[in-house]
Ligand binder design. Sequence first.
Ligand code: GLY
Length: 400
Amino acid sequence: MPTLAARSGSPARTLRVNTQSPYDVHIGTNILSQAGQILTGDGLAPSKVLVVTTPVIQALWLAEAAKGLEGMPWDLAVIPDGEVHKSLETVSSLYDTLAERRFGRDSMVLALGGGVVGDVAGFAAATYMRGIAFAQAPTTLLAQVDASVGGKVAVDHVRGKNLIGAFHQPASVLCDLAVLDTLPARTYSDGLAEVVKTALIGGEEFLAFVEGHVAGLLRRERPVVGRVVEDCIRLKAFIVETDERDLGNRMLLNLGHTFGHAIETSCGYAGVSHGQAVAVGLAMATHLAVLLQEAGAGLLRRIESLLRALNLPTMVAELAISATPEELRHHLGADKKRREGRARFIVPKAPGNIVVVESVPEDVLRQVIEGSYSGVPASSAGPHGGTPAHHAGVLRGDAS
Ligand code: GLY
């Protein structure tokens, strides 16, 4: 397991991620204003930095980052806000900026923003001149606890989310906890959906901590949020270190995302946020686990009530979605986790015990989807036995 240790001379705590090219994740308050010092401390000396951000983050946090980068040559590229702009078109605009302003192979891209900025800027960095250095300064809870670590960079395609992408590990990650204070409530709770996912993968202790600190999390109490961010990153780093290229256990991090991605794709990446989709996806994956007799109904009650306590949806019926159940079912088939033409589902048996199932009977899938459209939470919709699906193959076990 990676270790968290105070870094001498720096207020940030650092967590090393031991991928093929190892890097540090720095977690602290107001560390954006020390960005250059931290990057230099990580041994990075780029000839020039392209800061990629959005208009909203530019207004809120660029001044802090600029203060931090003083003395380091940097330039700015502002891309539009929103998942609909996680596209090759936006990446192409960054290639234009990099080429026109003569960024060389020894330059660096710094993503200052949420998951979309990290994905788009990271994909541009992974491909410009066959790959230049890339650092992340995530400004959403969602990006801090998940997207900014692990090197997955991608853009969406009409046929699937994150369909075009690369693995390009960052050279450094700066998680400034102060940025979370300015997040709109909805954006903040989007990150809490990934927190619930990670806690469920992490195990009983982590899940119980989140359940026991709902009020502190909603009030954004710094010690509670800081601990949760650290624990999420520690778990993510551990999984990524053991499966950097997503060929095995890393797939478990996609718990709730098979349904979640189908929801997002079916509404054209607009109207439903990634966090909302993941929250509903977590409830659907847990319902599926119950119907497959992998998990007990108690786990479904627990996950649904935690999501609700964190102001997150648990049903498709709560989302602004025009897609029909049939359309959602269709998009489930397009998920990247397919193997040999079959959709695979990641489901929880218990906290810390996540499995991958395939060959899920069609009637069971339909029951999950229709239940989520019904407006009645699955945990209060009556018996959960459903159709026993003994032929669902469990491919992989414990994530702990
Ligand atoms: N967000 C899932 C992963 O990085 O593998």
